[in-house]
Design a protein around this ligand. Structure first.
Ligand code: AMP
Length: 267
């Protein structure tokens, strides 16, 4: 595995390769990231993983400061998996890279866009740079961040970028909690609550199949259990719109807090 820190050096690889799979991450790799990397390794001759904690997508400075970092173990994980190139740029390597002007897609003002002002603009800023530095054939993204996935797909489409997006299923722990770098800050009791939330949402979906969804009842459960949440939405993932009924395309999107840690999921 080759570790590359310079944008030009990684960009120049594309003169000799055209079958590259790309997995962008912010590091602190867990089994969710690993599943994306494994899929890329399976489908491409060469896989590039990037580790870059993008300050522009943090709407909260404190959150950025305490974002967990574990570069040495991330390097080990990538080496063991058989990753070909690990790209670890600094801020200037990413943001001083010149690109043409890209169009940004319209983003519906709900969920993460409503509650984390400027977050997706920051995501798109880094994606336009990374996809220009690394014009990979396929880019691997997790369904865990479904709204982000949808926005990046739109961005690629409207700008006619040649990379195709491979959406990868959310990896969860035994109780159902979606793996996330921020789970480090959760206590066992929080993980047990997260498992209850996962089970509860699953049950709701089953009970309300093809019926009007009882979002209010679900919200009441959170209030009764003194759990703070930003939103709970029933979204048709094909149209990426709110819907009133639970259909086969419904997912319940949620952002809630445990131990002051903000968790997002779609179930
Ligand atoms: P991050 O390092 O959090 O920016 O995530 C990098 C990529 O991994 C994104 O495409 C995420 O959606 C994806 N990812 C994060 N957590 C999971 C998970 N539990 N299962 C699958 N993919 C994930």
């Amino acid at each position: 595995m080759k570790i590359i820190k310079k944008s030009k050096e990684i960009h120049d690889l594309f003169k000799s390769f055209n079958h590259i799979g790309f997995v962008p991450t912010m590091g602190n790799l867990h089994k969710g990231h690993v599943s994306l990397i494994k899929q890329s390794l399976k489908e491409n001759k060469n896989t590039i993983v990037s580790i870059f904690v993008n300050p522009k997508q943090f709407n909260n400075k404190k959150d950025l400061k305490k974002y967990p970092k574990s570069q040495n173990s991330d390097i080990k994980v990538c080496k063991q998996l058989g990753v070909n190139y690990l790209f670890i740029p600094n801020y200037n390597e990413v943001y001083e890279w010149k690109t043409k002007k890209y169009k940004y897609p319209k983003i519906v003002n709900f969920m993460e866009h409503q509650f984390r002002k400027g977050h997706f603009k920051g995501v798109l800023m880094v994606i336009e740079k990374l996809l220009n530095i690394i014009p990979a054939k396929r880019i691997y993204l997790g369904e865990k961040d479904y709204q982000q996935l949808t926005i990046i797909k739109d961005f690629i489409k409207i700008n006619k970028i040649k990379s195709s997006v491979v959406a990868c299923k959310t990896v969860r722990d035994r109780g159902g909690l979606a793996l996330s770098s921020r789970n480090k800050f959760l206590k066992t009791i929080n993980k047990n609550t997260a498992a209850r939330v996962y089970k509860l949402i699953k049950e709701y979906k089953k009970n309300y199949k093809n019926k009007k969804f009882g979002l209010k009842n679900l919200m009441k459960w959170f209030e009764k259990n003194k759990l703070k949440f930003d939103y709970i939405e029933n979204i048709n993932i094909k149209k990426f719109k709110r819907e009133g009924k639970v259909t086969k395309n419904s997912r319940i999107f949620i952002a809630y807090y445990l131990n002051n840690i903000r968790l997002i999921d779609n179930i």
